[in-house]
Design a protein around this ligand. Structure first.
Ligand code: P6P
Length: 355
């Protein structure tokens, strides 16, 4: 099994890539240079990451002109597996990612927020891919019509099933700590692709003039502490006691509240400025709203690789959670280590639950 020689638990690469400091480094070049970090790398992971980069450029093109074409609004009454009204653009994004992954055949199956069950990807030629890909094609898509940034989130795992046969759901029901790679694309004031293969986190900003993602955020490290907390304060009265006490504490400490309602955007800000993102249990979502497999796990890997912490509100490490079904929800507290530890103290002190 290919292993990453340099994966560090705290995400600090033992030896960052030796990259030129004085010229553009494209995503493709970076991925190819990084390939040598993996023993027995066969180029499939490289191909997968490049496929995702292509899909991101295609989605970006449509997101950027969504207001100009009839791609806004809700897809003709369709609902996704979450019961959310499917926006036309997230249906489009889902189709484009699947097409890109099908073209190269670098993965044997996919799972998406927009699809009830897994989708087999026919092998191209004699290739028997060893990877599966999970993704939320357009997270925060309800924000599209009001021009708020949205994102794509992806996770890549090695399949566990017999390579001679079809993939099955157990190839996807793996702990987040088994992710081979994880990342997101944020379609915001600029479009940035951030990913990790277990050897630190790097960000690539799309340069529309050349149509390339270019290295812009090298070896990202989250600040140890922060002055912003990110939670939907509108649910305050529905929070458990420990969460209300923690939110009160944030207010007492004059932390700023920043909540975009698009997880990728909130997490990206926290990666750069520090802070904590929370989606605890609420009356509507007693197990939390966010999806473990294709939202929380990939973002938890990114944040941990950048030196941060990601737990659920029962104080379990997100990446150690055992998934039971594809679209499983979970509570989440993710961000600067010092702020997550501060929350942990409140949960230990006020929680009525056996922790
Ligand atoms: P609420 C977007 O719908 C999303 O899945 C995340 O991107 C975001 O953080 C969260 O839900 C917002 O949920 O309940 O605060 O509107």
């Amino acid at each position: 099994m290919a292993t990453n020689k340099k994966a560090e638990s705290n995400g600090a690469p033992s030896r960052p890539l030796n990259l030129p400091g004085n010229r553009i480094v494209t995503l493709d070049e970076f991925i190819i240079r990084s390939e040598k970090d993996f023993d027995y790398a066969t180029g499939e992971l490289t191909g997968l990451l490049r496929d995702i980069g292509v899909a991101a450029k295609i989605i970006n093109r449509e997101v950027n002109k969504a207001g100009l074409v009839s791609i806004l609004g809700v897809a003709d009454g369709a609902e996704n597996t979450s019961g959310d009204m499917q926006q036309k653009l997230d249906v489009y994004a889902n189709e484009k990612i699947i097409e890109c992954l099908q073209n190269s055949g670098e993965c044997c199956a996919i799972a998406s927020e927009e699809n009830d069950s897994i989708l087999q990807i026919p092998s191209v030629g004699s290739k028997q891919s060893k990877y599966v890909v999970m993704f939320d094609p357009l997270d925060g898509s309800s924000n599209i019509d009001v021009n708020v940034s949205v994102g794509t989130i992806f996770a890549i795992y090695r399949r566990k099933s017999d390579p001679e046969g079809p993939a099955n759901v157990n190839d996807f029901l793996q702990q987040g700590s088994k992710q081979v790679a994880a990342g997101y694309v944020l379609y915001g004031t600029s479009t940035i692709l951030v990913y990790t293969t277990g050897n630190g986190v790097n960000g690539f900003t799309l340069d529309p003039s050349i149509g390339e993602f270019c290295l812009s955020h090298r070896n990202m490290r989250i600040p140890e502490n922060g002055k912003f907390y990110s939670v939907n304060q509108g649910y305050y009265s529905k929070f458990d006691l420990e969460m209300r006490r923690y939110v009160d504490n944030c207010s007492d400490q004059n932390y700023g509240l920043r909540y975009i309602g698009s997880m990728v955007s909130d997490i990206h800000r926290i990666l750069i400025q520090g802070g904590i993102f929370l989606y605890p249990s609420t009356r509507k979502y007693p197990k939390g709203k966010l999806r473990l497999l294709y939202e929380c796990n990939p973002l938890a890997m990114i944040v941990e690789q950048a030196g941060g912490t990601a737990i659920n509100t029962q104080l379990k490490r997100i990446l150690d959670m055992d998934p039971k079904e594809l679209h499983q929800r979970c509570t989440v507290a993710i961000g600067s280590p010092a702020m997550v530890e501060e929350l942990r103290a409140f949960i230990e002190r006020y929680s009525a639950l056996p922790l």
